[in-house]
Design a protein around this ligand. Structure first.
Ligand SMILES: [Zn+2]
Length: 271
């Protein structure tokens, strides 16, 4: 009708033909806010359907999102999938809602009071729950990993578990190779045909070599395992059974703090 817009209050031009489900005001936007409650076995999904005017939408966003921040993390599916989806969906709809102008006064009932912003409410603490959980998991796994390593090294370096070079074997000097890749395993795991290197230096001169198994093609490999006899006189079997042996490494173990007893020997041929 000609002339009619000029007679109307300016905010009438903002009416969009959508009315808030809760207060009847316009403009409004049709979207839903969700809340999620995670439980170990059960889960609860709540949905507050629109349309919303700006005030009712803001109030609903804050209420539902706040509930989810506190209640939404309890259970693996909830924490990993359902609650992140709920929060993301609410944030997207919150951004859409922000495009609405304020509701035009004179609606059938008063719009909801949006109250304080979410970040000023105690429930915002819930936003840190997943961060804490992730940090806890990361810390826990890195901690258990490093303690496993420490145990390994402790085992290797245990004072009751030592290597001794048998001195009366002819020694062929060799140049220690530079380490290129991390060593693979302790010499206790060495098998016949494996190659070893001495972390402490020259395998043929070192009184307390620290042996690790490396691939025979590795530049660090210093000697090949010809035989691995076991028992308290294992080292004597290297000479008799593996004539090519030029270095014998014995391994001794003390059980329960008693005297060290030879438990195996490595009959080695240096490269
Ligand atoms: Zn409303």
């Amino acid at each position: 009708m000609p002339g009619q817009p000029a007679q109307m209050p300016p905010q009438f031009s903002q009416a969009n033909g959508v009315y808030c489900r809760y207060c009847g005001a316009t403009p409004a936007i049709d979207l839903d806010f969700r809340a999620h409650r995670g439980m170990i076995v059960l889960m609860q999904f709540r949905k507050l359907p629109g349309p919303f005017c700006r005030e009712c939408g803001l109030a609903s966003f804050r209420q539902m999102t706040g509930d989810s921040l506190v209640q939404g993390w309890w259970g693996p599916f909830s924490a990993l999938l359902a609650n992140p989806f709920t929060l993301l969906s609410n944030l997207i709809n919150r951004a859409r809602l922000a495009q609405l102008p304020p509701p035009i006064p004179g609606a059938p009932s008063l719009p909801m009071d949006p109250g304080r912003p979410l970040w000023q409410r105690p429930v915002i603490i819930g936003a840190f729950i997943p961060i804490l959980v992730i940090a806890f998991i990361a810390f826990g796994s890195s901690n258990s990993g490093s303690s496993a390593n420490r145990n390994n090294y402790h085992y290797l370096d245990a004072p009751t578990s030592t290597y001794h070079v048998v001195p009366n074997v002819p020694v062929i000097p060799s140049i220690p190779a530079l380490p290129t890749t991390p060593a693979t395993r302790d010499a206790k795991a060495a098998k016949v045909g494996d190659c070893v290197w001495d972390k402490n230096g020259d395998i043929s001169k070192d009184d307390h070599p620290k042996l690790e198994v490396v691939p025979c093609g590795d530049s660090r490999a210093q000697a090949t395992v010809l035989g691995k006899p076991t028992g308290p006189i294992a080292d004597t079997q290297c000479d008799s059974q593996y004539p090519a042996t030029d270095v014998i490494i014995t391994h001794k173990t003390s059980i329960g703090g008693g005297p060290e007893i030879e438990d195996f020997a490595l009959c080695l041929q240096t490269k």
